[in-house]
Write a new protein. Structure first.
Length: 69
């Protein structure tokens, strides 16, 4: 089996003046938001399981204010 890359789950658009891509990296186990223009990252959580990362990403996209400081 080859290397596994990151999993992009979707976007939070126009939040705090930025478009954020929600990404999970199974190697680091981190769920992050990546700023499309600023290239900054915000740690949202961590998990070893794809399904938990998907649930977290869905929650972030529904209610980003609960996850971004």
């Amino acid at each position: 089996m080859g290397d596994v890359g990151t999993f992009p789950f979707g976007w939070v658009r126009g939040f705090k003046g930025e478009n954020w891509q929600i990404i999970w990296d199974p190697k680091t186990e981190l769920i992050i938001a990546y700023g499309a223009e600023s290239k900054s990252t915000v740690k949202l959580g961590s998990t070893t399981k794809w399904m938990d990362a998907k649930v977290c990403a869905d929650n972030v996209m529904k209610d980003p204010e609960s996850f971004f400081e």
